[in-house]
Design a protein around this ligand. Structure first.
Ligand SMILES: [Zn+2]
Length: 408
């Protein structure tokens, strides 16, 4: 029925498709889908189990549809492929979670081997270390001839019991951690904003004035604040068939933020932006592109308005790689404000970042199906931009990183 010759008139078509059309009221008018479709009104979506085969005509597949978990089409596209195993320039991973590898010389050696294979020269450990744990970790790093210039550590802030006397203690701890060798603060976790409470039981807001002294101390100490706020906006929405992150939210129930128990995405963004604005002398690095990689116009406005703000690309490659032209222009325009970071330490995943940043390849797989149902494209950044994103911007805002030996 699908290839009715054009010379057949409408009456012939109705005869050919008459049986099916009479079984499905409203189907078949005008030859849509050979008459087997169910008609819908403009703006309506197809009934469950059917798909739009012609304008406003929906049809169900003959075979039972596979679930989204099992549907794995193999692309037949043959197009240039440029795999990039090692970064073109030595990189700083500003969003390191090396998971226990820093504590022992064997762990450090295996970290070093992995970083070598990727051309990551330096990892910034963003595990919120403080006090004794920070000191022990720094001692292990310094004791490693191979790794002593390859890892640096960010300090953590303890946001429990924010109230009278908290700021003095927190500032003193931070000063001591920086004296011990911490190069910045972070990764301030998403629990700050989402779940951390004050002693009176109220939610600790990101822009709470009782926190002001710690942010001012960061400015005085000349250290950047690496901060993760909220999570992708879809995590705050109902899990239905329109949610882009349905599979992830279904796999990881703790990533759902139902609105009766959590602040909204926009509430957290408002508090975060107030925090950035209120402390213009403090350098903030919004992790995960501030969860605005799906709205680079919004992130661009923030960068325009707040000169103290930088951003980092960890775990949002799926959004960068699905808009290669917009992302290319964004990275060129804001080349002085973007830092490379990977987040979860899986050495085999870094080359996807290199391929997106360095090539103009089309339509290739991402490394996690549950993050994205779509393919990635290279954004083909110029060398000068790659150098800033890979290492230059991190060196600029983090004075205590090893500053020599980088390519010009
Ligand atoms: Zn994070």
């Amino acid at each position: 029925m699908r290839s009715v010759p054009a010379v057949l008139g409408l009456s012939a078509l109705l005869i050919l498709s008459g049986t099916a059309a009479s079984q499905q009221p409203g189907g078949g008018r005008g030859g849509r889908g050979g008459g087997r479709g169910t008609a819908i009104q403009p703006g309506e979506s197809c009934p469950a189990g059917t798909t739009e085969i012609r304008p406003r005509s929906c049809m169900a597949p003959e075979s039972p549809a596979p679930s989204i978990v099992d549907y794995r089409p193999h692309s037949t596209l043959i197009a240039p492929v440029h795999l990039v195993k090692t970064a073109k320039y030595p990189a700083i991973d500003y969003h390191g979670h090396p998971q226990g590898l820093l504590g022992t010389s064997e762990g450090l050696a295996s970290l070093g081997a992995a970083l070598d294979s990727l051309n990551v020269r330096l990892m910034v450990s963003a595990d919120n270390m403080s006090g004794e744990r920070l000191r022990t970790t720094l001692a292990a790093i310094r004791a490693s001839d191979k790794m002593k210039d390859r890892v640096r550590v960010l300090a953590g802030i303890n946001f429990q019991n924010v109230g009278p006397g908290w700021a003095e203690k927190a500032v003193a701890q931070l000063e001591s951690d920086v004296a011990a060798g911490a190069v910045g603060v972070g990764e301030i976790p998403k629990s700050f904003g989402l779940t951390v409470k004050k002693p009176d039981g109220s939610r600790l807001k990101l822009d709470d004035p009782e926190l002001d002294p710690i942010w001012d101390a960061c400015a005085r100490l000349g250290i950047p604040v690496f901060i993760h706020t909220a999570d992708p906006q879809e995590f705050f929405k109902p899990i239905d068939n329109t949610n882009e992150r349905w599979l992830e939210l279904s796999l990881f129930g703790d990533r759902r933020y139902p609105q009766d128990r959590f602040p909204s995405f926009e509430q957290l963004m408002t508090e975060r932006d107030n925090l950035f604005r209120k402390h213009p002398k403090t350098t903030f690095v919004a992790a995960h592109m501030g969860w605005h990689a799906n709205d680079l116009g919004r992130l661009g406005k923030m960068l325009d308005e707040m000169p103290n703000l930088y951003t980092e690309v960890g775990a949002v490659l799926y959004d960068i790689g699905r808009q290669p032209r917009v992302a290319h222009d964004f990275f060129v325009k804001y080349q002085d404000r973007i830092l490379f970071g990977k987040d979860s330490f899986q050495p085999e995943e870094y080359p996807y970042y290199w391929r997106v940043f360095e090539t103009n390849d089309d339509y290739f797989d991402y490394y996690r199906n549950y993050h994205a149902f779509w393919k990635l494209y290279g954004i083909d950044l110029p060398d000068a931009v790659l150098k800033k994103v890979y290492f230059g911007n991190a060196l600029k805002i983090t004075k205590a990183l090893p500053q020599t030996g980088w390519p010009r």
